[in-house]
Design a protein around this ligand. Structure first.
Ligand SMILES: Cc1cc2nc3c(=O)[nH]c(=O)nc-3n(C[C@H](O)[C@H](O)[C@H](O)COP(=O)(O)OP(=O)(O)OC[C@H]3O[C@@H](n4cnc5c(N)ncnc54)[C@H](O)[C@@H]3O)c2cc1C
Length: 401
């Protein structure tokens, strides 16, 4: 009987456990999580923060799911050490577990840019349910929040705080919001929409220091401007949690390097999710982590499976704003783009074309056709025969099928 150990109960670890059990009904599977609650839907944390959803509504697999599949889930248990030569792991409770195959699915941690005062009380990051609990508690006695980082997750979390009644000011280092999903024209429309909802923005602004005082927090910008907030939420991206991988001496660049079978540079050790880099790419998105976990699990259980990449696609989940960004959005304007901008309707559509292929898109305000557009990007359809028609405002995207 094979013993499989999985470190991390996020989507990558969970998908792997499910795949292992599918292909190996007998094997022993143990999943470790340093968190106290079982697998939940991380993208719903902003809704949890806003009070729209309770913890029970975002937990995807309760304990019973693991019991039915004979998966031994060890919550509130951190793996602290791995002995690769002897093939065992050790937990913070001092227990040792031998393994035949090991999966590292430890995900990532919120990145906090170096700045004075980032560890002050009242300064938070959002990555886990426990983080969201803490932010909610602080928000209960707060009136104002400063959000450092105007990316997708930051805006969604900021919207959660706004829904709790806080006045939210956003500081973004780039001169536009959503620097990874938007170009300047689309971001300008989005900024106005969010301002109408009550957000205030400081774009192209860098935080120098957060100072805690009796009257709350003061955020000093490099420009000399000062902002006041009862709480600060830093949302500046994610970094792989490499502590275990580094101690193992695994090959690492942007993340732990894996091949198409999710194998690391050490035999018997696999990795998946926000921890890894695949073909030089770090994803940091849910569907990629899930697909990678599923492949890792299948391979660990002896199947021939391969991960070949995921089309990056993002949806902004702020009620009242429809936004989908997929593939290469060509923010620098280096490729050909078919653009439709309607200031009155606050809609923006950009289709990015390279050599007659659709390689990316931004849909803001009107997301009809988003499924067909994403499929056309993924399947690399030659669209030369539709080039002129794609420019029409009312083009029927059903024709991309
Ligand atoms: C607020 C927020 C919103 C998001 N929204 C979206 C979205 O809309 N769409 C999208 O595609 N993606 C979104 N993401 C990203 C997505 O959630 C991640 O890509 C995904 O969760 C990665 O899964 P993972 O399993 O690799 O890692 P994680 O979800 O980070 O899970 C890793 C788990 O391993 C545990 N762990 C780590 N080290 C140890 C250890 N030593 N011992 C035991 N346990 C350990 C961690 O506690 C954690 O539970 C969002 C992320 C956040 C934070």
């Amino acid at each position: 009987m094979t013993t499989y150990l999985i470190v991390g109960n996020g989507v990558a670890g969970d998908a792997a456990a499910e795949a292992i059990r599918k292909h190996d009904p007998e094997g022993k599977i143990i999943v470790f999580s340093r968190e106290s609650r079982p697998f939940y839907y991380v993208p719903a944390l902003p809704s949890f923060l806003a009070g729209d959803k309770g913890a029970d509504q975002i937990i995807l697999h309760p304990q019973s799911w693991y019991e039915q599949r004979r998966i031994d889930l060890r919550l509130a248990t951190r793996v602290t050490r791995i002995a690769a030569a002897e093939q065992w792991v050790e937990t913070d409770q001092g227990e040792r577990f031998p393994y035949d195959r090991l999966l590292l699915a430890t995900g990532g941690n919120s990145f906090v840019p170096p700045m004075k005062g980032a560890d002050s009380p009242g300064v938070f990051t959002l990555r886990t349910l426990a983080d969201a609990d803490r932010i909610k508690q602080a928000a209960a006695g707060a009136r104002t929040a400063v959000l450092i980082g105007g990316g997708l997750l930051g805006l969604e979390a900021g919207n959660g705080l706004r829904k709790l009644g806080l006045k939210v000011t956003v500081v973004e280092f780039f001169p536009r919001l959503l620097p990874r999903q938007m170009d300047a024209a689309g971001a300008a429309i989005l900024t106005r929409q969010l301002e109408d909802m009550g957000f205030t923005f400081h774009l192209g602004a860098k935080t120098q220091e957060i100072a805690a005082g009796p009257a709350g927090l003061t955020i000093n910008l490099e420009s000399g401007e000062q902002l006041k907030g009862d709480l600060v939420l830093i949302s500046a991206g994610v970094r792989p949690d490499l502590s275990l991988a580094q101690a193992l001496g695994l090959e690492i660049d942007k993340g732990v390097k894996v091949d198409d079978t999710m194998k690391t540079s050490r035999d018997g050790i696999y990795a998946a999710g926000d921890l890894i880099e695949h073909r030089g790419r770090f994803y940091g998105i849910w569907p990629a982590a899930k697909a990678q976990g599923a492949v890792a699990g299948a391979v660990m259980a002896g199947q021939a499976a391969k991960y070949e990449g995921t089309l990056p696609s993002n949806v902004l989940k702020v009620v009242g704003i429809d936004l989908v960004a997929a593939g290469d959005i060509d923010a620098e304007g280096k490729l050909t783009a078919i653009v439709h901008l309607d200031e009155a309707k606050k809609t923006y559509r950009k289709l990015v074309i390279q050599d007659n292929f659709l390689v990316g898109a931004i849909l803001l305000g009107d997301i009809r056709g988003s499924a067909e557009i994403q499929a056309a990007i993924q399947k690399k359809r030659n669209l030369s025969h539709l080039r002129d028609e794609l420019a029409q405002a009312d083009f029927d995207f059903g024709r991309l099928r």
